[in-house]
Structure formats: C-alpha cells, structure tokens
Design a protein around this ligand. Structure first.
Ligand code: DOR
Length: 439
C-alpha cells in the first residue's frame, strides 16, 4: 500500500466541477479520495502532507500536441527526458506526435512507443498515429489497425494532410471511431521555402514569407470536409486571425471542430524573430500583434478550445546555423505555464479559462472523462503552482534535451511547484513545503 498524500490549504481550481475554493485533497491508492474543507475524515497515520497555502491546486495538465522524438531522433529528446520535462511543466498526460523516425503509422511502432513509455516515461504518454503511410501523403494508414493499437488521434503533423480525398476518408473513420483528426494546416504551394511570417519581418530579413493564406486555405478545406462527413477535425497550432474567424463560423454552423493555440503564438510575434533569430523560428510562424490579440480573444471566447505546447525540441546544431537551414520549433513544455500566467496576470485571460484549456478542454477532445478533473475517484493527476512566483528561464536547467527557446534569460511569473501523477510526486520544486510523514 502506498502512503496517502494530503495537499492542504491550496486554492483548488477545477473547471470540470466549476470549483474555485480553498480546500484540501486526499490522495489514496493513486486516486482522488476526498476533496473538501478542513481535514479529511480518514487521513491515515504517516500521510505525506504538502502545504499548498498561497498556491493553486488544479488537475494535472494535458498536452494534446508535443514531440518526444523517440524513436529515431534521440539526440533531440527521448520519452524519458520529454516526460521529465513535461512533469516539470505541470503536465501529467502528453500526446506524442507521430513524426518520429520511423513514423507511427503501424501497430508495431505504436506498441513500441507504448512499451518505451511504460519503461521510461514518468507520466502518461498517449500516442497519436499518422494519417498517411510514412507521412508521405499518398496512402491512408490502416486506421482500424492503429485504433486497435490504441492511438488517441491521427495526424501527419509537421506536414498537412495534402490530399483532400485522404482527409475526407480519414474524417469518415474519425466519425466512426470518435477520434479527432489533427491537421497541421499549411498549403505547401503557398508556404514553400517560407521561413517567417510574410510581412514586415520577412521583408526586413530578406526571407521568403509564409502567408496567412497558407494556413487559412487548408483550415477552410478541412472545415468543409468535416461538415460534409460529420468527422471531428482538430486544427493544430492556430496562428492567424483569419483562421479564428473561419473556426468561429464553422462552430456556429455546428461543424465538429476543435482547435488549439500554442503558448508561443499567444505571447510572441514576428518581431521576436528579429530579436531571437532561429530560436523564434517555428511553424506556423509567429504572426502579427493583431493575430496574437485575436488568438487571445478566441481562447477566452472558447472559439479556440485548448492550449497545446507543440513542444519541438531540437539540438543546438539544428538552431546555430543560418536561418534558412535552421529547424522549425520551440522547446515549450517547461515554460508553458509561465508564459500563460503572464497573460492571466495582464488580465487578458481568465485564470479559470487558462486552467480549463490545459485540463478538461483537452480531456474532452480526447473523450477521456476521468482525466483533467479532480473528481473523487479520478486518477490523482494534480498540478500545484504559484501564480505569482518569478523565475528566470535557464534552458541549461531544462530536463528537456531541447534547449531551443527564445525565452532564455527572461523572467516569467508563474511557476510549477509540484506535479502529482496517479498519486506519485513526479516533480517537486525545492521550495515546496512538505512533510513526508516518515517516522
Ligand atoms: O515548429 C514546428 N516544429 N512545427 C511543426 O509543425 C513541427 C515541429 C517539429 O516537429 O519540429
């Protein structure tokens, strides 16, 4: 029997239950056993106690979109380092994208990742399967095989699903399996060779731009196909105001669409590329202030459903090179909360919406009723954070192998203090106050 854990005196915020109050949580046998005011009726002797006074206690975060790079690119990340990074970021569940080498396009590869995750992962890893064989865009994967293997969604992320015919077929399966198809919306004919947002910065840097139309073209197509088929389309990393408008309209028409935005698209703009160079090179590119404002509004209005990190770890060599040769991507698991808390503290995102976008929002998209909630009986996946604690981003201290962040050296406000996964303390800040209960 594992020791009970009691988290006392925190401000418990659980949007799944409309809860925001000072309360304690008792964890027993990996599950939430009790949530209430004062002391639990039946706390056992030797209970480990975390003092969460002054801190926020919420469901563990769920990342619907991250890159763990294993197998094939272990120099960038492994499931071990990626899940450690996730735990430091307050995440208890991550969905890993299938653009590994080889890609997750068959049962054997999915089983392989699940086995490595069971051996090396310190939190829950849910694999996403490819839409097309080898992510080559030419042939639909055997979706039934991947379904049986336990994927939670399908995506060719890093690449769009190029063929509308294949997307249509995939959405038909999606309707039958009740699983989202996650599309990286980019018309390659419009974006080809593009490095940054098409606009002032592409002009100034003399780099080929990626126009907003490259994204919106595919968003429009996908929405039309989702409407026709009744399948569930999930739009990955929305970056433009135009995409937001399209999604809003489709939702009003009852199309089965959900959407995500990354912390970097919510906080940075194309101008940051001038300051941080390749570290701010990401796909889709950082856009304008106007786009950023539209993304924030969309998240508050639930046009965009969730925040997903698109954690894209790369090696130093992938980024310390000329701009056109550098890899796209930002290492984001360990800075997600600090980035988002900054928007909350500015009054541009409600605390409740931020937490919902990281917890019950993704759980609902995945159709997991027991995740993203602190309901009694649910797995004890919990994040404890300090909304007001300042810290300096030092990629050298990241658990992730990907040190590629434009936030290096920046002071963020909002810090994860502890992460509990199925009742186990998988991350603890050294300043967290805790009594182990050991005699
Ligand atoms: O910036 C990005 N990096 N965007 C993507 O879509 C793929 C990702 C990666 O795999 O590095």
């Amino acid at each position: 029997m594992t020791r009970d854990l009691f988290i006392r005196d925190g401000r418990v915020i659980d949007p799944s239950q409309d809860l925001d109050k000072k309360a304690g949580i008792l964890v027993r046998e990996g599950k939430i056993a009790w949530l209430g005011e004062g002391n639990p009726p039946e706390a056992a002797d030797g209970t480990t106690v975390i003092d969460a006074s002054g801190l926020i206690v919420c469901p563990g975060f769920i990342d619907l979109h991250c890159h763990l790079r294993e197998p094939g690119e272990e120099e960038k990340e492994t499931i071990a380092t990626g899940t450690l990074a996730a735990a430091r970021g307050g995440f208890t569940t991550v969905c890993c994208m299938p653009n590994t080498n080889p890609p997750l396009d068959n049962e054997g590869m999915v089983n392989y990742v699940r086995a490595i995750a069971a051996r090396d992962g310190i939190i829950r890893v849910l694999p996403i399967g490819c839409v097309t064989v080898g992510r080559q865009g030419e042939e639909l994967v055997d979706m039934t095989e991947l379904e049986m293997a336990g994927v939670v969604a399908y995506s060719d992320d890093g690449m769009p699903v190029i063929s509308p015919g294949i997307m249509r077929q995939a959405l038909e399966y999606s309707r039958d399996f009740n699983r989202p198809i996650i599309d990286h919306c980019e018309n390659l004919f419009l974006s080809q060779g593009g490095q940054v947002n098409e606009g002032m910065v592409s002009l100034e840097m003399g780099l080929r731009g990626i126009p907003a139309a490259a994204e919106e073209f595919i968003v429009r197509r996908d929405l039309e196909l989702a409407k026709e088929t009744g399948g569930h389309i999930h739009i990955a990393h929305v970056s433009t105001e135009g995409s937001v408008d399209l999604i809003r309209q489709a939702k009003e028409e009852g199309v089965r669409v959900t959407a995500e935005v990354t912390p970097h698209h919510l906080t940075l703009t194309e101008e940051d590329v001038l300051k941080y160079g390749t570290l701010a090179k990401v796909n889709p590119p950082l856009r304008t202030k106007r786009d950023r404002a539209a993304l924030r509004r969309a998240l508050n209005d639930a046009v965009i459903d969730i925040v997903a990190t698109d954690h894209a770890p790369h090696t130093a060599a992938d980024k310390s090179c000329e701009f056109t040769r550098a890899a796209f991507g930002i290492s984001g698991l360990e800075t997600a909360l600090g980035s988002l808390a900054g928007i909350v503290l500015k009054g541009e995102l409600s605390l409740n919406n931020m937490i919902a976008a990281l917890t019950i929002g993704p759980a609902r998209i995945l159709g997991y009723e027991k995740l993203g909630t602190l309901e009694v009986g649910a797995p004890a996946d919990i994040c404890i954070f300090d909304l007001h604690r300042k810290w300096v981003v030092d990629p050298g201290k990241f658990a992730s192998k990907g040190k590629n962040t434009p936030l290096a050296g920046m002071t963020l406000t909002g810090k994860v203090m502890a992460t509990v996964y199925t009742g186990m303390l998988v991350y603890k800040d050294e300043e967290l106050k805790m009594e182990t209960g050991e005699k």
